[in-house]
Design a protein around this ligand. Structure first.
Ligand code: ZN
Length: 955
């Protein structure tokens, strides 16, 4: 009997029938595609449980792949591609027909020739495509808690290593399959160990097995980075391992296996699609793979969807990045496992199981490989054409060259060049000054072309090279969005503005930041030019970069070491010296020493105030961090009134840093701060709110409150916690708040700042900026008798976006959770239209530097590009100082790159503060409106952040 008819006890009936309906998913046989070579062990024979009955740890998985590889050496070869932070090895398993495995190095080298059309002709490419298999990159479990993908990988490996089925043989003959057996081993191990220890297989959503604790949350890696956002800045070890391997093998297709929305997802992708991807080729192939998957899923009567949610715009994903390297990059999302555990009750009463979710990934993987095998010649040729066409299309594009100047931070510029080179981008360095006739500054949207002369030492990235499309995608000043997509979202914005506070708002279609241009994010000076001639150059080599990053100490100091604040690492060096117990001072005025003047913010390490070991400590840190330290051998100042012994050289206090690590905290914000401090070897103590409330800060003088829920911080600290925090500040503590942490600080009942959130109930100036702006606009229009419709491209910068505000959606939409939920704390009814900032998903804005405060020591420029990814705009502090602000009357738009709401964002942002210093008794509260190290990509406000840590207790 297939369906039970049952009128009473409806619930029982639902559950019972669910069991019946689920049969087709549940009974899927992963061993129906034989016959199988008997000597190759099935995963279950090693694991001792059936498919989907239990979760496999990383170490157990390694046993499985080793056993299969050992039994099938003719088809399988395992490559170790690098370690994780927690010392796990990442593996790439190559599987192919024996005749391919026998010449695998040759195949790899042949396919690699397709990546350089300057050296490989179309005829040669054709011959390579005919005579070599395609390479398929099949990657699993980048989000460590998306567990069905991890289990499915072992079944795919077994199928390919053991089966003699003709279709499988065909895959082996025509492709080299590369199984990346775990993209995020550390996160997966956290999840699986925890899950196995509490799970009973209960489908009830309230069961503990569906509630992963904060400290487990296996989606992220060790440093709580989302590895599926990291190919842009390539900060994490796993990302570097995988990019190195990916660009060594040059695959033609790349499938990234995730979980777990309501139904299975495979491409075609949703809008917007990164405009640098070549069309119609990209769509044609996404359609080809999508149709093939749909046939396989239809045959199994499985639900799925295409488009809808998962876009292809942000270039830091493991579908867009492969796509920008010529592969067909795809995201696959299965519907079970992960937070849904072994069993999960769906909204219609049926059960999603881990086992059925594995089956679906297995089928999608196999279908992808079959499709690749069936189309291998055309796929290889289109892979070649990706770069050949990019080169041929060069004259059509305006952007011919990017110039990156190392002046503002030699080390940071070198780090940027290093990551470009890891992506096989060729970089040169100017050996003599040269002039670009039509250069555009990165610091202004639609900056006009002007002649610009650059010094020797400038880095040059010419677009006349095979990686042109990738270069454009990650370095261009702004990436335009699809017009249909923009118009659609603008319509939603306008309709939302007319809605009352009680009405539900329409969601926006943006899933991620809309601006990421790396020179801006890093905060290095850059230009792009329409011409690419002139000047002598030499290629940048590993050795050149190593030299650029190397520090030095000029001599053994008799009196003092001078640490110029010319790199971010200089302040990190000062923090480290202080944390190691050495004494460091800072010049608060222009200082004359060692024969020259040094700006405010220059560090001084006096020899007599330190033990003898200071010489070695300075030398070691300078070398490690790339700081050029100068020795001063006399205290005599040649001019001015400040030498190394001057009254204006202040002693610094050793920072003892704690950071909130608790349920209220956004993990990636916590992680990006942790990673940044750790990479400079700055020590910090993560602490729960309870520990802080119970005297945990006794021996600390800095507390970092990362981005997080303002309301949750409020309930976590409580009234008593907040008053003891205030007491601690007043006694000399420094609290550094980030984004949601800053909103918490500005809450009326918290009162850690005299700033108010724009548009909040406490904001007396609410609506003022808009009205002023409208008056200005009217005056402007009246002054110009014939206002013509502006043809400026900049005027379409009016779209708006709102990050997904519903935390439960995080679980549902794998890609929708890149930007932390950030509705302004109050709703925006129609009466408040454009008086309350509408949250934006992430644009780059131009902020103005106040060079009179210690927070901006080390910054000698007037403006700074910063990320804005929320609707949290802060009025000027009334009693404190405003270190980084948005001009009240800017000469050109504040938006440098990305999307903002026209009539809303800029108007409300003008005259607000991005970094605020609020002194309180002996201590300070320092507010950052946004994350200083968002995903490790944004680094432009590193110095103000380090200054907040470093100068606590001094000013
Ligand atoms: Zn995922």
């Amino acid at each position: 009997m297939r369906i039970k008819i049952c009128f009473a006890a409806l619930l029982v009936c639902l559950v019972a029938s669910a069991f019946v309906f689920a049969q087709s998913e549940e009974n899927f046989d992963v061993y129906a595609r034989g016959d199988y070579r008997p000597n190759v062990p099935r995963p279950q024979s090693i694991l001792r449980y059936d498919v989907g009955d239990f979760h496999t740890t990383y170490a157990q998985m390694e046993q499985v792949i080793n056993a299969i590889a050992a039994a099938a050496p003719d088809r399988v070869k395992i490559y170790d591609i690098g370690l994780t932070n927690e010392h796990r090895m990442q593996h790439l398993v190559a599987i192919s027909a024996p005749e391919n495995i026998a010449r695998i190095d040759e195949i790899r080298a042949n396919v690699a020739r397709l990546t350089d059309p300057r050296k490989t002709s179309a005829a040669d490419a054709q011959s390579i495509a005919q005579n070599n298999p395609a390479i398929a990159w099949m990657a699993y479990t980048i989000h460590g808690n998306e567990s069905a993908s991890f289990e499915a990988m072992m079944q795919v490996m077994y199928q390919l290593a053991a089966s003699n089925e003709p279709k499988t043989q065909d895959i082996l003959k025509n492709t080299v399959v590369l199984l990346l057996t775990g993209e995020n081993p550390d996160g997966h191990e956290r999840f699986v160990t925890w899950y196995n220890s509490v799970a009973t297989g209960d489908p009830n959503h309230n069961a503990i097995e569906h509630r992963e604790p904060w400290s487990i949350y296996g989606r992220f890696n060790h440093y709580r980075f989302d590895l599926n956002r990291d190919t842009l800045a390539q900060t994490q070890k796993e990302t570097q391992n995988m990019i190195n391997a990916f660009l060594y093998w040059n695959p033609q297709v790349s499938a990234d296996h995730h979980g777990q929305p309501s139904q299975f997802f495979f491409p075609p992708a949703a809008l917007p699609i990164n405009p640098n991807l070549p069309q119609p080729a990209t769509n044609k192939w996404l359609e080809t793979y999508g149709r093939a998957n749909s046939r396989a899923f239809d045959a199994n009567k499985w639900d799925y969807y295409v488009r809808d949610i998962y876009d292809l715009f942000y270039p830091g994903y493991w579908d867009s990045f492969p796509s920008l390297n010529g592969a067909i990059g795809m995201t696959y999302e299965t519907d079970g496992g992960g937070f849904k555990g072994l069993r999960w009750l769906r909204d219609d009463g049926t059960i999603a199981t881990l086992r059925s979710a594995i089956a679906k990934h297995f089928v999608a993987s196999m279908t992808t490989l079959e499709t690749t095998a069936a189309n291998k010649v055309q796929r290889l040729m289109d892979f070649y054409n990706f770069r050949a066409n990019a080169l041929a299309d060069l004259p059509k594009g305006k952007m011919k060259r990017v110039v990156i100047l190392p002046d503002k931070d030699r080390v940071k510029a070198a780090e940027l060049i290093e990551l470009l080179r890891r992506s096989k981008i060729e970089v040169k360095v100017a050996t003599s000054p040269f002039t670009a006739l039509r250069a555009h500054s990165y610091m202004q949207k639609d900056a006009p072309a002007a002649s610009q002369t650059f010094p020797a030492g400038a880095y040059i990235v010419d677009l006349d090279q095979p990686q042109r499309l990738l270069i454009k995608a990650i370095l261009e000043q702004d990436t335009p969005q699809d017009k249909a997509f923009v118009d659609d979202n603008m319509g939603r914005f306008r309709r939302n503005q007319m809605k009352g506070s009680g009405q539900a708002k329409e969601d926006y279609g943006f899933y991620d930041i809309t601006a990421w241009s790396l020179p801006l994010a890093f905060g290095v000076d850059a230009y792009w030019s329409e011409d690419a001639d002139g000047g002598a150059t030499q290629p940048v080599t590993d050795e050149y970069i190593a030299n650029a990053k190397r520090g030095s100490v000029a001599g053994r100091a008799q009196i003092a070491y001078i640490i110029p604040y010319e790199t971010d690492a200089a302040s990190a060096m000062a923090i480290q010296l202080l944390q190691q117990g050495y004494r460091v001072s800072v010049a608060t005025k222009t200082m004359n020493a060692a024969g020259r003047n040094w700006p405010r913010g220059t560090f001084v390490v006096r020899v007599t105030r330190n033990p003898e070991s200071i010489h070695e400590a300075v030398s070691k840190l300078a070398t490690e961090l790339g700081v050029n330290v100068i020795a001063a051998n006399t205290g005599f100042a040649d001019e001015g009134d400040t030498g190394v012994g001057g009254e204006s050289v202040y002693s610094l206090r050793a920072p003892k840093i704690a950071m909130v690590a608790d349920e209220a905290v956004d993990q990636t914000s916590f992680g990006s701060i942790w990673w940044t401090l750790d990479r400079y070897h700055i020590t910090l103590t993560p602490m729960t709110i309870n520990a802080i409330k119970n005297g945990g800060l006794k021996d600390y003088n800095v507390l970092i409150i990362p981005d997080g829920g303002a309301g949750r911080y409020f309930s976590g600290f409580g009234t008593s916690g907040i008053s003891s925090l205030k007491e601690w500040i007043s006694d000399g503590g420094t609290v550094i708040t980030v984004r949601g942490g800053s909103v918490f600080a500005a809450l009326k009942d918290v009162g850690l700042t005299t700033s108010k959130l724009v548009g909040s109930d406490a904001d007396e100036e609410k609506g003022k900026a808009t009205e002023e702006a409208e008056t200005d606009k009217r005056a402007e229009t009246e002054a110009k008798p014939t206002p013509s419709p502006s043809p400026k491209k900049g005027s379409n910068k009016n779209t708006a976006v709102e990050p997904n505000p519903n935390p439960s959606e995080e679980l549902k939409f794998d890609k929708a959770d890149g930007v932390a939920p950030s509705l302004p704390p109050i709703a925006s009814p129609s009466a408040n239209a454009n008086k309350v900032p509408e949250a934006i998903p992430g644009a780059i804005m131009r902020a103005t530097v106040d060079r009179t405060t210690y927070l901006t020591y080390g910054l000698e420029q007037n403006t700074l590009p910063v990320l804005l990814a929320s609707g949290y705009f802060f009025r000027y502090s009334k009693e404190g100082s405003n270190a980084l602000v948005f001009d009240a009357k800017p000469k050109s738009p504040l938006t440098i790159s990305g999307f903002v709401w026209e009539g809303n964002t800029e108007n409300l942002l003008k005259g607000t503060a991005y970094i605020i210093d609020e002194p309180n008794g002996q201590g300070h509260v320092i507010l950052f409106a946004e994350e200083p190290f968002f995903r490790g990509i944004f680094r432009s406000t590193t110095r103000p952040f380090f200054n907040s840590i470093l100068f606590n207790g001094t000013f």
